[in-house]
Design a binder for this molecule. Structure first.
Ligand code: NAD
Ligand code: DAU
Length: 353
């Protein structure tokens, strides 16, 4: 492995992965291949842009010719695929782009892996493909029971990856991660949304009762797990990557407000996400057997994340305008109006619709 194509590398996790890999492996070349959708952002990579071991190609993974050209031009031997439409709420509003990128795009990359005889194809997937787990923790061999259009599209991608291993013997690896938090996460995901809203004394729209649990993990712990799976994983293997604890959204929201010195009354219970998965949890013993361990507790991960957003307004303030405002109104306008957020003096819990 020397020349890696990092598809979706200008997004949240991909850009953190690129930075980590450049620091870790002096002899690797990393080529980011990204179409720059509304979440793709070259500002995420501005500190590595001058590195001679880094290159950027703006293109779509659904474009087989562009993928082939990049593989040829940069003598790619490995693909790490982060490219996806990634936000569950947007998939509920319109799933078209999700099916296209998260299923068809994966097919295009698999075909290229086959045609060029690449050494590895690592596909970055998600715990959401297992569906909600009310007790216990998902293991890699569990059935895939996705419940949102996003999760179903990701599961479709996973199944194609598996089929290309079984049918053509492709050297593929799948990782399935829990919720990431950390620098450069687009502020529509709950943690950066809540931090940036709280900084501006705006309401934190908490879905339903807020008792849904998520395995929130620091993004670099996830990236480290992806690298370990890449280096030491078995071809055809699937590896869960997540922390040892799950945290309820309402607990996360209160802790985040405490870190910022803001009142809990900013939390506004709004009507729930349709089909909202109540709980995810991951059994990661397979990756731990390869030497991986989570590097942060939830409290450490949240504290680092809050600090980054406080220190980096230059990054998120420009994002929270334009298209973002239109999406925000569509997603939250009615929710917040119905929740009576015009009476912000009400205590948390009194505003449940
Ligand atoms: P993100 O939306 O921030 O980044 C995705 C990147 O892919 C963006 O830069 C975007 O421009 C690019 N992209 C989208 N469609 C593309 C296409 N057709 N061609 C080329 N590039 C395209 O997402 P993220 O949160 O960084 O997630 C990265 C990957 O990790 C996704 O596959 C996601 O399913 C998976 N994942 C995310 C989490 C999480 O908590 N965020 C957890 C587990 C797994
Ligand atoms: O589990 C991994 C997944 O994590 C990834 O595969 C996805 O790409 C990523 O977007 C993320 O999906 P979630 O739906 O779990 O993340 P999100 O940040 O949208 O929501 C986290 C939790 O917070 C979830 O229970 C819904 C809740 N929530 C979310 C938003 C945006 C709220 O209560 N209010 C909100 O405004």
């Amino acid at each position: 492995m020397r020349n890696l194509l990092i598809t979706g590398g200008a997004g949240f996790i991909g850009s953190n992965f690129v930075r980590m890999m450049l620091a870790k492996y002096p002899d690797y070349r990393l080529v980011v291949f990204d179409k720059l959708n509304y979440r793709g952002n070259l500002q995420n990579l501005r500190d590595v842009a001058g590195d001679p071991r880094y290159a950027f190609v703006r293109a779509d993974i659904c474009d087989a010719q562009a993928v082939a050209n990049a593989i040829r031009e940069y003598q790619i031997d490995t693909i790490v695929n982060f490219a996806a439409e990634s936000h569950v709420d947007r998939s509920i509003l319109d799933a078209d782009a999700f099916v296209r990128t998260d299923v068809y795009g994966v097919y295009v990359l698999l075909e290229a892996t086959k045609d060029f005889g690449l050494e590895r194809f690592l596909h970055v997937s998600t715990d959401e493909v297992y569906g909600e787990v009310l007790t216990g923790a998902s293991r890699e061999e569990d059935a895939l029971e996705p419940r949102s259009p996003y999760a179903a599209s990701k599961a479709g991608g996973d199944l194609l990856v598996r089929a290309y291993h079984v049918t053509y013997g492709l050297p593929v690896i799948i990782t399935r991660g829990g919720n990431n938090i950390g620098p450069y996460q687009y502020p529509e995901n709950v943690v950066p949304l809540f931090i940036t809203n709280a900084i501006d004394d705006q309401p934190l729209p908490l879905y339903g009762d807020g008792l849904q649990e998520r395995p929130y993990q620091y993004v670099l712990d996830h990236c480290e797990g992806i690298d370990i799976a890449l280096q030491r994983g078995q071809p055809g293997g699937v590896y869960n990557i997540g922390p040892d604890e799950q945290v309820a959204n309402i607990v996360m929201a209160r802790k985040l407000l405490d870190l910022l010195g803001k009142p809990h009354s900013l939390i506004v219970h709004v009507f729930d996400r349709p089909g909202h998965d109540r709980r995810y949890a991951l059994d990661c013993s397979r990756l731990k057997a390869l030497g991986w361990r989570p590097g942060h507790t939830f409290d450490q991960a949240l504290e680092k994340t809050v600090r980054w957003y406080v220190d980096n307004e230059w990054w998120w303030r420009p994002i929270k305008s334009g298209e973002y405002r239109a999406y925000y109104e569509k997603q939250y306008g009615e929710r917040l109006r119905l929740a009576g957020q015009t009476r912000p003096e009400l205590a948390e819990g009194e505003r449940t619709p």
